[in-house]
Design a protein around this ligand. Sequence first.
Ligand SMILES: *[C@@H]1O[C@H](CO)[C@@H](O)[C@H](O)[C@H]1NC(C)=O
Ligand SMILES: *[C@@H]1O[C@H](CO)[C@@H](O)[C@H](O)[C@H]1NC(C)=O
Ligand SMILES: *[C@@H]1O[C@H](CO)[C@@H](O)[C@H](O)[C@H]1NC(C)=O
Length: 297
Amino acid sequence: MALKILIPWIPTLILLHLPVISPSNFTYPAVFNFGDSNSDTGGLAAGVAFPVGAPNGETYFNKPSGRFCDGRLIIDFLMDSMDLPYLNAYLDSIGAPSFRTGCNFATGGATILPANAASLSPFSFGFQVAQFIRFKARVLELLGKDKKLQKILPLEDYFRDGLYGFDVGQNDLDGAFYSKSEDQVAAFIPTILSEFEAGVERLYNEGARNLWIHGMGPLGCLARIIATFGKDASKLDQFGCVNSHNRAAKLFNSQLHSLCAKLGSQLPQVNVTYVDIFAIKLNLIANFSQLANLMKH
Ligand SMILES: *[C@@H]1O[C@H](CO)[C@@H](O)[C@H](O)[C@H]1NC(C)=O
Ligand SMILES: *[C@@H]1O[C@H](CO)[C@@H](O)[C@H](O)[C@H]1NC(C)=O
Ligand SMILES: *[C@@H]1O[C@H](CO)[C@@H](O)[C@H](O)[C@H]1NC(C)=O
């Protein structure tokens, strides 16, 4: 399917049910997002007072932004492309944040499978879904009592018409590699994805209809993974990334992609978009010098 590009450097979005998306009609009244540090806009910082180390927001936000990076995240560019303000974190209680155009349940370190004592974030995917369900119930209750709250809370329709974003699973595979062989990690993927499916179905039952699902990025290209697992050069691919982790990420993605197709065909009235983040990020890594030059001009 043809597709206009939303973000200049996104070459490949694989669309299942959506027709052509172009910036002119890529509009949703609100975004509800679930995930890990790839899309955390302040959740872990608020939830467990997690101090994100510098640089953290200096060059764009001029202050710590709660993001696990200095600049903006894909979710920020996505909001920009819809002319919506950046998402506030569900757990950020101070400063009377507005949730009118969405709410972010993502927290750095979150896994799909339930968190355990060693987890960085206690707010794993199932908890994020539970938080959303409570959020929605509270919003509807409050709007019923005081219409003025429409200024800061999403309208009832937004829960049906909004976009539900997902970027989660990276920490499940990342963590698994510390105690499992590559084959064992591969065998573990269906367990992870069935938990994901259960969460998405709960959201569907709550009225979610437009699903925007990110595949996993090239896990084996993370600096920490290369430092830990890539000491032996024979374990690295042509880009210097750890083969085993990238193979597992690709396997995860192919199963996630199949799950997206299944959800799209089994759930009535649902639109599922699977976004091939692996290809996008690998392109950034492999072609960084050309792309960096392009951005200078
Ligand atoms: C979005 O816009 C394109 C052209 O700009 C059009 O072909 C397509 O049908 C539109 N899609 C929807 C869902 O309105
Ligand atoms: C989503 O699906 C519904 C029903 O299948 C359809 O009417 C609607 O146009 C779709 N929305 C988008 C943005 O594609
Ligand atoms: C790097 O860029 C070239 C030329 O645009 C492209 O063919 C290639 O697929 C890119 N590499 C990756 C890993 O995406």
